[in-house]
Ligand binder design. Structure first.
Ligand code: CTP
Ligand code: ZN
Length: 153
């Protein structure tokens, strides 16, 4: 690979999230609850050229693997993403994300009158529909900017 192509170095162990929609890398980090203070080695490439997508973002997180629920929400904002598990510099596993049927406990409902926003012990639940996600309790649909409704701090 020439110097022109090499943007961020390969990692020894961890996760490479590739083919993220351009501009969404920081939202993906928000979903993962990573802000850099945890000490993981972290490489972020945004708006780099990609044959398939035109432009894409890439995240490399060292010594960190993803849980299924993290992958589920990630799929809502980065449906084309590829998750590569790297061990000892080799990609040992490559997974495409899949849209789940529903997501629980990870998004908050924008409807202030929704039961999930009252002081009740009710976990949020959204059904994933073709053009967004729909609250199971009040029917409110979030069409875009799903990452703005993340319940993670
Ligand atoms: N990667 C990395 N460190 C490694 C191995 C791979 O950072 N030790 C990164 C590569 O830079 C690439 C991604 O992980 O962004 C996937 O690697 P690889 O499967 O080798 O690349 P491609 O075949 O181009 O992947 P795809 O077919 O998914 O586009
Ligand atoms: Zn609701």
């Amino acid at each position: 690979m020439s110097d022109h192509q090499l943007r961020v170095s390969k990692i020894r162990n961890g996760t490479v999230i590739d083919h993220i929609a351009a501009g969404q890398a920081l939202n993906v980090l928000a979903i993962l609850g990573i802000d850099g203070s945890e000490g993981y080695g972290l490489s972020i490439a945004m708006n780099v050229s990609s044959g398939r997508l035109g432009r894409k973002d890439i995240l490399k997180i060292e010594d960190r693997e993803l849980s299924q629920s993290e992958v589920d929400v990630l799929s809502l904002i980065a449906p084309e993403a590829t998750i590569n598990i790297v061990r000892d510099f080799e990609v040992i596993e490559k997974n495409r994300v899949e849209r789940p049927d529903r997501v629980s406990g990870l998004l908050s409902c924008p409807n202030h009158n929704c039961i999930t926003n009252a002081d009740e012990p009710v976990e949020t639940a959204f059904e994933v529909i073709s053009d967004g996600v729909r609250c199971n309790y009040c029917g409110t649909i979030i069409h875009e900017d799903i990452a703005d409704h993340l319940a993670v701090e």
